[in-house]
Design a binder for this molecule. Structure first.
Ligand code: ACM
Length: 266
């Protein structure tokens, strides 16, 4: 399976331009699964609820979802793209999932970061796992990495590959994903953005790039530079992620002692 990320700098508020940038870059790409950054079509640094609402789109009936669904159907390629979703009055920081049959699913970011809590509602779809041919694909978005339960939930749901759209500003995630992959024996494709944004008198956000693909043994198969637009494709064997036995005696998921774990709830 050829998995890929496209790391680039979306232009704030320019949905049409960002969509065209992506479609132009992906035109001749030969891959099975491509992951785009979080909020790829709008940019990240919203400054009001109203602005967020105006730039959010319905999934799957909005322009971006329709265009990417068509593209995926024509090309027979799976794609995961972070975008702002409007559902009735609710706004979500979501990931659109499309493939050879068009629209394939949605994930809504569960762990909202910083001011995102002012614009978006936390995701209410749990951690869904989608069939991608014979492979099972889990999706999480950016800051979800900080909560080991997110990747664990996806692994328990059978995910072999995790698509991870991101707009990382903290420096920790690229190295942390090594542990997320190791402790769950899964692949992860983190697609981060580059560039910076400074809007509405807020502090400048600089995105760290370093998109990467990590394997179930925690090996970094590729990691992008911090500030360069780049599309990277890596061939992986997702069946490697089915090997949860560590040795004769240990199985990664079966050995968990769930009765002894705290949930943090009384
Ligand atoms: C983030 O979750 N975009 C940092």
């Amino acid at each position: 399976m050829r998995v890929a990320f496209f790391q680039f700098a979306p232009r704030f508020g320019r949905i049409g331009d960002n969509l065209e940038t992506v479609l132009a870059r992906l035109e001749k790409v030969e891959a099975d699964l491509i992951v785009l950054p979080e909020l790829f079509s709008t940019g990240y640094q919203f400054v009001s609820k109203r602005e967020t609402a105006e730039l959010s789109e319905e999934i799957p009936s909005g322009r971006t979802a329709r265009r990417l669904s068509e593209w995926a159907r024509d090309r027979g390629i799976w794609l995961v793209a972070g975008m702002a979703e409007r559902k009735g009055k609710a706004l979500y920081n979501s990931a659109l999932h499309v493939g050879p049959k068009g629209y394939a699913g949605t994930y809504r970011k569960v762990h909202l970061f910083d001011e995102e809590k002012k614009w978006f509602r936390p995701g209410n779809l749990g951690f869904p796992v989608f069939p991608v041919g014979k492979v099972r694909l889990g999706i999480m978005i950016c800051f979800d990495w900080f909560f080991p339960e997110a990747a664990r939930s996806l692994a328990l749901g059978g995910a072999e590959v995790i698509a991870h759209p991101a707009n990382l500003v903290l420096p920790y995630c690229p190295d942390a994903m090594v542990t997320r992959c190791l402790e769950n024996r899964v692949f992860a494709v983190t697609a981060n953005r580059i560039g910076s944004e400074k809007r509405g008198g807020r502090k400048r956000l600089t995105y760290i790039g370093q998109s990467e693909i990590v394997d179930p043994k925690g090996r970094i198969l590729t990691r992008a530079p911090g500030n360069k637009e780049i599309l990277k494709i890596v061939e992986i064997d997702p069946m490697e992620a089915r090997k949860k036995k560590l040795n004769r005696f240990n199985d990664l998921l079966r050995d968990r002692r769930v009765k002894l774990y705290k949930t943090g709830r009384k």
